[in-house]
Every structure is written in C-alpha cells, then in structure tokens.
Design a protein around this ligand. Structure first.
Ligand code: PLP
Length: 397
C-alpha cells in the first residue's frame, strides 16, 4: 500500500527518535538522565482521579455532545473570565482530545489551501506539520537571542503577505521557555489588526510562569484581538493530565465554534467522556496543586539554569515559563568525541546520550544551534545531568 504524499511528507519526529534511544539504553541497564519528556512527572491530583472514577460509575461512558459537556464548558468560560479577562458564551467553546487536536481542528477550520501561517522559530514542531496537513504554507520567522527568542513587531510585519491567514503564538513557549509581556503582545496585536491577520494563541503552559512573570492572553488586549483570536488551552500541563487528552479552544464567534465542531464531529467526535467530567472539576478545583507543582518546577529551573550557565560555551536565554531550557551549544560544533564529529544539534545530542544524558536536538524546533532540556526530572537528576554534560564537554576535542 502506498502512503499518501501528504502523510509521506511528514518529517519523522526527532524527539521520539532520541527518546526511544534513551529508553532502549535505560532498558539495557545504562544510567541515563532524560531531559526529554514534555510532560510533568507528577501524578494527576487525587480529587481529579476520584471525579473520573465517579463519572465512570455514574455511567458517564457514552458519547457526549461533540463540542463538550456543559459542565466542562461552564468551568472553562468561568476560568477564561476570571483568570484571563475574556468573556465568552459556552457556545464559543469547543473541547477536543487534547490541545493538539484543538490546534489541528482550529487550523483545518480557518486555513484554506495555500494560506500562509506565520510561525516564530524556535517552534513546537507539531505546528509545522499540522499547518502542512491542513493545506497551509508555513512562513517560519527565525527569532534569536537578541530578541530573547520572541517575534518582534518588525519581524511580524515583514512576514505578512497578501496570503497571510494567521500567526501562531505560543507563550509561555515550548521549547524556549520565554514568556511574552503584555506590551509585546499589544504590539503584535496592533500589527495583526493593521493587516487583518487572524491569531491562534497556544496558552497550554499559562500556569507555569516564574519570578512574578504574568501570563497574558493576547485575546484580552483589544477588541480586534478578541474577535480574531482562537485561544487554545487544556489540562495536560496544568494538572499533570497529559494522558487524559482534554484540550479546548475558545472561538471568537459561535459560527467558528460550530464549524470546528462540525469538522470534529467527523474526525475524533467528542473527547473522552469521563475525562471531561474530571477536567471540569480540575479547572474549578483551586490552585493548591498548581502552586505546589510550579514551585517544584521553579526550584528545578533555577538549578538547571545555574548549572548550565557555569559551563563555558553554553549560552541561554533565561527561561521564565513552561518547563524547558533552550541552550545554545553551537560553540562545540566541529569538535569530536572518540572520533565522532559533532556537526549539529542531532550529533551533539547523540554523542551526549552516549555519556548518559538525553536531550532533544534543537533541529526538532527549527534551531540547529541549540538543544532543549525539559526539567521534568528530580533535582538529583538535574544535578547528575549537569555533571554529565560538563564531563561530556570536557572530553570533546
Ligand atoms: N502546545 C504545546 C506548545 C505543547 O508543547 C503541547 C504538548 O507538548 C501541546 C500544545 C499539546 O498538549 P495536549 O497534551 O493537550 O495535546
């Protein structure tokens, strides 16, 4: 059987490849510190698990409305109003099987064949593949250390053409951990308005912000932004619920929400019924767990940043959100480890893995000069991993 051209053109996931190698080495008994997992290493809080159990015993095991159960939509509407200053009706909300699905369904709903979608790099690789699958054309804009890995107003405006449909923003960002300020988002919102560009705002890491940083939803910054943004969010990262597969989007109009639901109705249909009931309770269940988890992540972030900053040749843009550190390692390209030459982020990550530390090559995020380290591991492992990186670098010749 021949695979379609569309699917055959999907790049194999570098992330999965290196994670699989790390797993295989662990299985062989090798001691590996894996900075690879893009998910919290915490258990889902018990009050959420109990609600899922209750839902199962209560027979909430049937199809639900495609766009989500009213209880969950109500909780989302309340959350968006109280935490993000965004007023929506329940009819504007569509619940999907994870934010990844929300994103794909949003893209399929608004992007026509050949429409351009502006994506700042480094980016979450899924954006690129989803835009392509949706028939769009990725317009990648490379950001750098100078702008703190943020899309500047000039870059944004310079990337807009008559074919531009939308821009995909992600703050806090995977893989860089940077958080856009209100002023920066206001600037981008004004440019979007000037050129009639739509916005998709992926806010999945909104609760993981540190050092007094505040997450701001671009949709809250102007009437235009509210009326032209699809806000994407979910419970995966906030409540350690990655496996539950519940994401959602807030659509600017009921028409868009209905269009998404129509599309979703023929693909995934409703998200998992009992996970929806549990998510409603998660979202309205207070901040105790989030406060605990984010304090832990903050501790680890400081430890990892401090450790990496001490290594000569590694450069960082200080991360203030999500659970990633994006480290520039191109100073080591051209060097060798036991005869293996390091030519880019993939060979760097490969060689480092042989020394017991797994990281994701920046190439997976559109930046071959860097690597991504997720601090979804214990403080002990972070210390051990940093020592491993130091040792690896000292062996490079
Ligand atoms: N957006 C970003 C930037 C992510 O990193 C991820 C997960 O890694 C998602 C969305 C998807 O989250 P979900 O588990 O809800 O599909």
């Amino acid at each position: 059987m021949r695979v379609s051209k569309k699917v055959a053109s999907i790049e194999p996931s570098v992330t999965l490849e290196i994670s699989a190698k790390a797993k295989a080495l662990k299985k062989e008994g090798k001691d590996i510190v894996a900075f690879t997992a893009g998910e919290p290493d915490f258990n889902t809080p018990e009050y959420i698990i109990k609600e899922a159990e209750k839902a199962l015993y209560d027979g909430k095991t049937k199809y639900t409305p495609t766009s989500g159960i009213p209880e969950l939509k109500r909780a989302i509407v309340k959350k968006l109003k109280e935490e993000n200053g965004l007023c929506y009706e329940e009819a504007n909300i569509v619940v999907s099987s994870g934010a990844k699905s929300s994103l794909y369904h949003a893209l399929c709903t608004i992007v026509d064949e050949g429409d351009e979608v502006i994506i700042p790099a480094p980016y979450w690789i899924t954006y690129v593949e989803q835009v392509r699958l949706a028939g769009g054309v990725c317009k990648i804009v490379n950001t750098d250390e100078k702008s703190g890995y943020k899309l500047t107003n000039e870059q944004f405006e310079g990337a807009i053409t008559e074919k531009t449909k939308c821009v995909l923003l992600n703050s806090p960002c995977n893989p860089t951990g940077v958080v856009y300020s209100k002023e920066e988002l206001e600037g981008l919102a004004k440019i979007a308005e000037k050129h009639g560009v739509e916005i998709i705002s992926d806010e999945i890491y909104e609760k993981l912000v540190f050092e007094g940083e505040k997450h701001v939803s671009i949709a809250s910054l102007s009437e235009y932004a509210k009326n032209h943004t699809i806000v994407i969010n979910g419970v995966s990262k906030t409540y350690a619920m990655t496996g539950w597969r519940i994401g959602y989007m807030a659509c600017p109009t009921v028409e868009v929400a209905k269009a998404v639901a129509a599309m979703q109705g023929h693909t995934t249909s409703n998200a998992c019924s009992f996970a929806q009931y549990a998510s409603a309770v998660a979202i309205s269940g207070g901040t105790e767990f989030i406060d605990y988890m984010s304090a832990e992540f903050d501790k680890r972030r400081r430890l990892l940043v401090e450790g990496l900053s001490k290594i000569d040749g590694i450069r960082l843009v200080y991360p203030k959100g999500a659970f990633y550190v994006f480290a520039k390692v191109s100073a080591f390209y051209g060097k060798e480890l036991d005869g293996q030459k390091i030519t880019g982020s993939v060979s760097f990550a490969d060689a480092l893995l042989k020394c017991g530390v797994a990281v994701i090559p920046g190439l997976a995020f559109g930046d071959d000069d860097s690597i991504r380290l997720a601090y979804t591991v214990s403080c002990e492992d972070i210390e051990k991993g940093v020592r491993g990186i130091e040792k690896f670098i000292s062996r490079l010749a």
